[in-house]
Design a protein around this ligand. Structure first.
Ligand code: ZN
Length: 65
């Protein structure tokens, strides 16, 4: 069964597009993204490029909405 990581599908052995971390089966791609590249993730998923939009989406996410 393949893992679904939204629009950011990075396979095992592939490099993260935002840093040099190579994804392995021990690394949760989505987790890595949220912890290290949250702004980039929000941008990729929601098309938000404005800092204010990104902060807004983060706030919504934290509320679980
Ligand atoms: Zn990374």
């Amino acid at each position: 069964m393949s893992e679904i990581t939204g629009m950011l599908a990075i396979g095992n052995g592939e490099k993260c597009p935002y840093c040099d971390t190579v994804m392995t089966k021990d690394i949760d791609t989505l987790n890595h993204m949220t912890e290290n590249h949250e702004d980039k993730l929000v941008e990729a998923l929601f098309g938000a490029t404005d800092k204010k939009d990104i902060e807004h989406i983060k706030t919504l996410k934290q509320k679980g909405e």
